[in-house]
Write a protein that binds this ligand. Structure first.
Ligand code: CMP
Length: 141
């Protein structure tokens, strides 16, 4: 296995409703190795900073309120072709458009409360992993 990785979040709607375990099981069954993981409650400024690329969009304020509404699980996932393969596993941002059997199809309740986040590129994965994890907390990524 190479050192290709992505960054993922299990979002508040999924954590709140007890879906952390089932989602982690799907991640493991998908062949991803969890190389760092933590449960955190984001502050408003952390959430705004993490999603700063979406600042100004119509859904931004709602997204921030949602992301700080409860704890999330943040993690780094190692896998060959990690970014693309994880996005395949989670399905489209809009669960209405997600393929059957994907994490979002199963666990999302709306576009906003779409159960999981996955980085959209290797560059984003690097930035997002660094946002939450220091080197000492990361195993092999
Ligand atoms: P995520 O993959 O975390 O990236 C940005 C998030 O913004 C996205 O998942 C959704 O939770 C949210 N989002 C994106 N588009 C919309 C939209 N049209 N309406 C509401 N929320 C959105």
């Amino acid at each position: 296995m190479n050192n290709d990785f992505t960054f993922a979040i299990i979002k508040p709607n999924a954590v709140r409703t007890g879906k952390t375990g089932p989602i982690l099981a799907m991640i493991n069954e998908g062949g991803f190795e969890i190389t760092a993981m933590r449960m955190v409650r984001l502050t408003k400024s952390q959430a705004e900073s993490f999603y700063s690329i979406h600042q100004g969009k119509s859904f931004f304020e709602g997204l921030i309120d949602f992301m700080i509404s409860g704890p999330v699980v943040v993690m780094i996932l190692r896998h060959e072709n990690a970014v693309a393969d994880f996005r395949k596993l989670i399905g489209a941002t809009d669960p209405g458009k997600a393929e059957p059997g994907t994490i979002r199809k199963i666990f999302a309740v709306s576009v906003q409360m779409n159960a999981v986040h996955g980085s959209d590129s290797s560059e984003s994965a690097q930035i997002e992993a660094n946002f939450f994890f220091s080197g000492i907390e990361r195993f092999n990524t």
